[in-house]
Design a protein around this ligand. Structure first.
Ligand SMILES: [Mg+2]
Length: 381
């Protein structure tokens, strides 16, 4: 076969290119958020965020990066992915993205359809898409149908400060930095009111409370918060899979209800929508099955008239993948970014918003590669 033909076939992914190396890399990078330490995420509160990456390398030398949701130097999750998931990926043909994802999910179904296993599967799927786009010589967004925009509006997703002074000050700071959308994680009325007031007329405010309340409590807040004109009300009801309870809050019509970061797959979103639980679907590329699953969920949302706005409390390849996904959706969802400043930037600062906006990378694949020096300096083993 002539070389040109071989290259063409290879570029189309028609020649097998097995995964010969599969590893996880965990980094934890300190940040500053201008106030008290944020949520504990089940561990001790500290001002550092994990980025748990999956790195796949093919026989032809193409490297793909994915990300699994992780917090608090989660070496247990890293080990789980190392031992349960990655051995099943080795020797597989990298272009068989959907098939590999299905096989992983099927073989590991007894270990959980939501949570740690799915985080690992998500990371593998994203890394395979990175490889596919690199081999095709185009940015990921082109493989997803092409970009509706080259620049995404970013929303500042604030930490929970728990006091009026800090949350008002940081809200004002975010607006001054050019953010037009601010999401709060406060759960008490005075703090929420103080932040909405601080945001002023130039920014819309969303409220995310992370599932703290019974339906009755949520309905009380739903009533009390109505005058604040919040853009959306996120996860007001415990537990996250209480879709009927969520639907009861939504039925008041006082707020648009957002949820989905704790879902595991397309089918969870189908159930949410069937229950009438949400206006806004928030799947997370590092939790809900990677790029492949988010595309399915986007289509489901489109068919049901539900807004698709991915969750993204990520700072690694998952964040970059979310940028490509958002850019490929006609409604161009706003991109979530937890509001904090890191001691070191994994992508050399190229993914940092400027005036509340960020450019979608244009190089092949995810288009940004993690800085190996930052990995060396902040790696958790
Ligand atoms: Mg949330």
């Amino acid at each position: 076969m002539k070389l040109a033909q071989t290259a063409k076939l290879d570029g189309a992914g028609l020649l097998p290119d097995p995964i010969v190396k599969a590893e996880t890399i965990l980094v934890s990078i300190p940040f500053e958020s201008g106030g008290v330490p944020p949520w504990s995420f089940g561990g001790r509160p500290r001002n550092a965020f994990d980025t748990l990456m999956v790195r796949l390398e093919t026989e032809s030398g193409v490297v793909g990066w994915g990300e699994a949701f992780s917090r608090n130097e989660d070496v247990a999750l890293k080990k789980l992915i190392d031992t349960r998931i990655l051995p099943l990926v080795l020797k597989r043909n990298a272009s068989e993205i959907a098939r590999i994802k299905f096989d992983l999910e099927f073989q590991l179904q007894n270990f959980g359809r939501v949570g740690s296993i799915m985080y690992g599967v998500s990371a593998v799927d994203t890394a395979l898409w990175d490889i596919a786009a690199k081999k095709a010589g185009m940015p990921l967004v082109n493989l997803l149908g092409g970009a509706f925009t080259g620049e995404l509006e970013v929303y500042a997703s604030l930490m929970r400060y728990g006091n009026c002074e800090d949350v008002a000050r940081i809200t004002k700071q975010a607006v001054d930095r050019g953010y037009r959308f601010i999401k709060l994680h406060e759960i008490t009325i005075p703090e929420i009111k103080a932040a909405v007031e601080a945001a002023g007329p130039d920014a819309r405010v969303m409220l995310d409370v992370n599932c703290p309340w019974s339906v009755a409590e949520a309905l009380r807040y739903d009533r009390e918060l109505e005058p604040l004109n919040l853009l959306w009300f996120e996860e007001p009801v415990w537990p996250p899979e209480n879709y009927i309870g969520l639907a009861q809050v939504r039925a008041t019509g006082r707020h648009r209800i957002a949820a989905g970061e704790n879902a595991g797959s397309l089918h969870d979103f189908f159930a949410m929508i069937e229950a009438g639980a949400i206006d806004i679907a928030q799947p997370d590329v590092a939790k809900t099955g990677g790029v492949t699953e988010l595309l399915k969920i986007a289509a489901l949302c489109e068919a049901h008239g539900i807004e698709f706005v991915p969750h993204c409390a990520l700072f690694g390849p998952g964040q970059i993948a979310t940028m490509h996904i958002n850019a490929a959706v006609r409604t161009t969802p706003i991109l979530e970014r937890l509001y904090c400043d890191f001691e070191a930037e994994l992508f050399g600062g190229l993914n940092l918003p400027v005036q509340g906006k960020v450019s979608v990378p244009t190089a092949p694949g995810l288009g940004l590669e993690p800085d190996l020096n930052v990995i060396r300096d902040y790696q958790v083993r």
